[in-house]
Design a protein around this ligand. Structure first.
Ligand code: MTE
Length: 331
């Protein structure tokens, strides 16, 4: 790896080609192209033998542990849910491989307990919180959210979780905290994907402070009334339904309150293709494909694509946060 002279460099000006050796950078570009190609091949993947194997493993490994004492909410009432089988076997989680069925198979050794999240940066006092204490910060709720992946597919998922706002309040940030950075687990023993430089590990995502405390923003700990399966981000992951799915960092180990917009994993990997905001926007195409429609997962190979909505249909709840922001530039 090329070591940068940190004192002279502003991280937001660093180009991906400067951070990594050229061959790794080029490999990453071709990997990103391949990822796009895999997407174009679309749900043919769903029929592969590997996916069937993943389903078997997922059912065995699925925690099956019921969450007691969460309340149902009106969010997404009446929506047609994506089946559990699809939510837990068609995943993006590059720490466990780049194939959609890899996480269900490869994440079986991952241990989501014991777990603590460390809280750092612009807070009155740096501290950490165990998953058990996190679960007590606010009443757990079930919220059915539409989720849209940047690759052009979508799911409707009954998440169980608590508002991120309740953790932000507990963390007690100072006035300098303008953004929050979410950092995922990076354990080469149990996460085979992090042994290769396909992304700049650990997986890092970020939100502006107003986005973080928006009532829609959830820290999910479960789905379909059970604790999260490993492949979906156990024990805790971020859910921002008006943004493309890559915002939803899984297996969060660190939350850092920062002053400047963080340089996130996908922005580093492809700044022209993936933006910090990542708001679902049918009017701003990905450079390699249209974002105007999406394939609903779990309705069969020949299900019609559906029209993608601005902010994934959550304009009323979040649109105001972006008033005055050019969404073509701030994609
Ligand atoms: N979080 C981590 N740590 N690693 C990842 O590779 N993939 C992201 C996001 N969170 C990813 C991640 C992407 S691209 C998507 S679309 C969603 O997780 C997928 O979540 P799901 O597999 O639960 O549907």
């Amino acid at each position: 790896m090329i070591i940068l002279n940190q004192s002279k460099r502003n991280p937001s000006n660093i180009q991906p080609s400067e951070i990594t050796p050229r061959e790794v950078f080029e490999h990453r570009r071709s990997f990103l192209k391949a990822a796009g190609f895999a997407l174009a091949a679309g749900s043919a993947l769903l029929l592969s033998g590997k996916t069937l194997a993943a389903e078997k493993v997922a059912f065995k490994a699925g925690t099956g542990q019921k969450i007691n004492g969460y309340s149902k909410t009106a969010y997404g009432a009446g929506e047609q849910l994506t089946p559990y089988k699809d939510i837990t076997t068609y995943n993006n989680y590059y720490e466990f491989g780049t194939g959609k069925s890899d996480p269900a198979i490869e994440a079986v050794l991952f241990k989501p307990r014991p777990w603590t999240i460390s809280i750092e940066g612009h807070v009155k006092k740096a501290k950490s919180i165990s998953i058990e204490d996190l679960l007590k910060l606010a009443p757990l709720e079930e919220r059915i959210y539409r989720m849209r992946c940047v690759e052009g597919w979508s799911m409707v998922i009954p998440w169980v979780g608590l508002p991120l706002a309740s953790l932000v309040k507990w963390a007690d940030p100072t006035g300098n905290a303008k953004y929050i950075e979410f950092i995922s687990a990076n354990d080469s023993l149990t996460m085979p994907g992090v042994r290769s430089p396909i992304l700049d590990w650990p997986y890092t995502e970020g939100l502006r402070m107003d986005e973080a405390i928006n009532p829609l923003t959830l820290l999910a700990v479960g789905l379909y009334g059970e604790y999260l399966p490993n492949q979906n981000g156990a024990p805790v992951r971020l859910v921002t339904p008006w943004k493309y799915g890559f915002k939803g960092a899984k297996a969060i180990v660190k939350i850092r309150f920062v002053e400047k917009m963080p340089l996130t994993t996908w922005v580093k990997a492809g700044p022209n293709e993936y933006g910090f905001y990542a708001n679902v926007n049918p009017n701003v195409d990905h450079p390699r494909w249209s974002q105007s429609s999406e394939k609903p997962i779990g309705r069969g190979l020949f299900a019609d694509r559906i029209k993608t909505k601005m902010f994934n249909g959550y304009s009323e709840q979040v649109g105001q946060m972006y008033a005055g922001l050019d969404l073509n530039k701030n994609f």
